[in-house]
Design a protein around this ligand. Structure first.
Ligand code: GDP
Length: 181
């Protein structure tokens, strides 16, 4: 007895960004719907998979979470080389992490080309939720918008802590990454 094979689209995703912006936490939220206040830092890289279904199709994400520390940066090309998508993450309360993210985007476009789908993610939005004056927001909207338009990025404001927008990021990648014919 056989069952009809459900078509599966496999998408390799790499996470890049400064240390402690919440890359591993975003992956943990998406894969296990969990959050930890203090986490062991990732050494080198971690690999996880997660399947979601969309329009009767299975999308399998192969997720490479890279360590943010500068000493691991030389390893990054190994992880982004064959990626169809990237999450480039910064912390919305940390200006330096935004400029680091900008560097990663430029490196991806230079080394991988423009076919890769890049989502820029401003993480830790929960830290701004009671901040009406946006005093702790490190990057004002025009600066972010500017980068997104110039580099053709998807943009999400998210929180691994509350789960805000985390699923939507991956769902959107599933829509934007072209199916191989
Ligand atoms: P990574 O080095 O980029 O992988 O960052 P981690 O995922 O290890 O997170 C670094 C720290 O930030 C940890 O203490 C997390 O609990 C915390 N963190 C991660 N995401 C969020 C978030 O959305 N909101 C808040 N408030 N803290 C977060």
């Amino acid at each position: 007895k056989h069952t009809a094979a459900i078509p599966t689209l496999t998408i390799k995703v790499v996470l890049l960004g400064e240390s402690a912006v919440g890359k591993s936490s975003i992956v943990l939220r998406f894969v296990s719907d969990d959050f930890k206040e203090s986490k062991e830092p990732t050494i080198g890289a971690a690999f996880l998979t997660k399947r979601i279904t969309r329009d009767g199709k299975v999308i399998k994400f192969e997720i490479w979470d890279t360590a943010g520390q500068e000493r691991f940066a030389p390893l990054a090309p190994m992880y982004y080389r064959n990626a169809q998508a990237a999450l480039v993450v910064f912390d919305v309360t940390n200006e330096g992490s935004f400029y680091k993210a900008q560097n990663w985007v430029e490196e991806l476009h230079e080394k991988v080309g423009h076919d890769i789908v890049i989502a820029l993610v401003g993480n830790k939005m929960d830290l701004l939720n009671n901040d009406d004056e946006n005093e702790n927001r490190a990057m004002k909207a025009p600066a972010v918008q500017n980068l997104c338009e110039r580099e053709n990025l998807l943009y999400f404001e998210a929180s691994a802590k509350t789960g805000e927008n985390i699923y939507q990021i991956f769902q959107t990648l599933g829509e934007k990454v072209p199916c191989p014919e």
